[in-house]
Design a protein around this ligand. Structure first.
Ligand code: SF4
Ligand code: SF4
Length: 215
């Protein structure tokens, strides 16, 4: 669900019931900060069929996982996002609009060599977003920001995976422990405007290893 204007205002929020929304660590951190929620309340783990640079381990040599928003119980072949609110007269709204993940902020656009364009498989009503290529507005910067956040998340995940391989716990880690590391890592990466990054946690590798050893 994008801006609450134009195409989205005339749509019943199809994108919020059809997809599993992938998350970066920054998405998780922003929702935790903005909504005061424990990450385990809204994050699920999904095993990767092929390991990627953003796939995290819970035990050495084990499966790698991505993180995504949980769903509400499915109905009529729909899988509503856990944050989708169902209002009167069939109206649906995002319950965390200001803090929604970048995947939601950028849907249905993608970056192309020529600029910004809607995805070919978008669920938006036909004709939505006509003329967006000529007037990409904030979409372009948002898509670039999304790319940067995925690159940053890969660094955070690799620090964790290295630490898991070095100091594996006997029974492996659980998702809750990984999410606690994630929030701590982004606390360090995203300090309040008036505070420098914690010098003791300059290195993500050191943070991840200390975190793993303390479990
Ligand atoms: S499917 Fe498209 S038009 Fe409908 S809410 Fe999502 S982004 Fe907006
Ligand atoms: S976070 Fe909001 S915009 Fe994103 S899928 Fe959920 S309800 Fe829709």
């Amino acid at each position: 669900m994008s801006e609450a204007v134009g195409a989205c205002r005339a749509c019943e929020g199809r994108c919020c019931t059809a997809y599993t929304v992938p998350l970066t660590g920054d998405d998780v951190w922003r929702i935790v900060q903005g909504q005061r929620l424990a990450p385990i309340a809204f994050v699920q783990r999904d095993p990767e069929s092929t390991p990627t640079t953003t796939g995290f381990l819970l035990r050495p040599g084990g499966a790698t996982y991505g993180i995504a928003l949980r769903h509400q119980p499915g109905r009529r072949n729909e899988w509503p996002c856990i944050f989708l609110m169902h209002l009167r007269d069939g109206v649906q709204r995002c319950g965390i609009y200001a803090h929604r993940p970048l995947a939601c902020q950028t849907y249905p656009m993608r970056l192309q060599p020529t600029g910004v364009a809607p995805r070919d498989d978008m669920l938006c009503p036909p004709g939505s977003w006509a003329g967006i290529a000529q007037h990409p507005g904030a979409w372009h910067e948002r898509l670039l920001q999304q790319d940067r956040q995925w690159q940053r998340y890969a660094v955070v995940v690799q620090a964790w995976n290295t630490a898991v391989r070095r100091c594996p716990p006997s029974g492996g880690f659980v998702l809750d422990q990984y999410l606690a590391y994630l929030v701590a890592a982004y606390d360090t990466l995203n300090p309040p405007d008036d505070q420098p990054a914690d010098p003791a946690h300059d290195s993500l590798d050191a943070l991840a290893e200390a975190w793993c050893r303390s479990r």
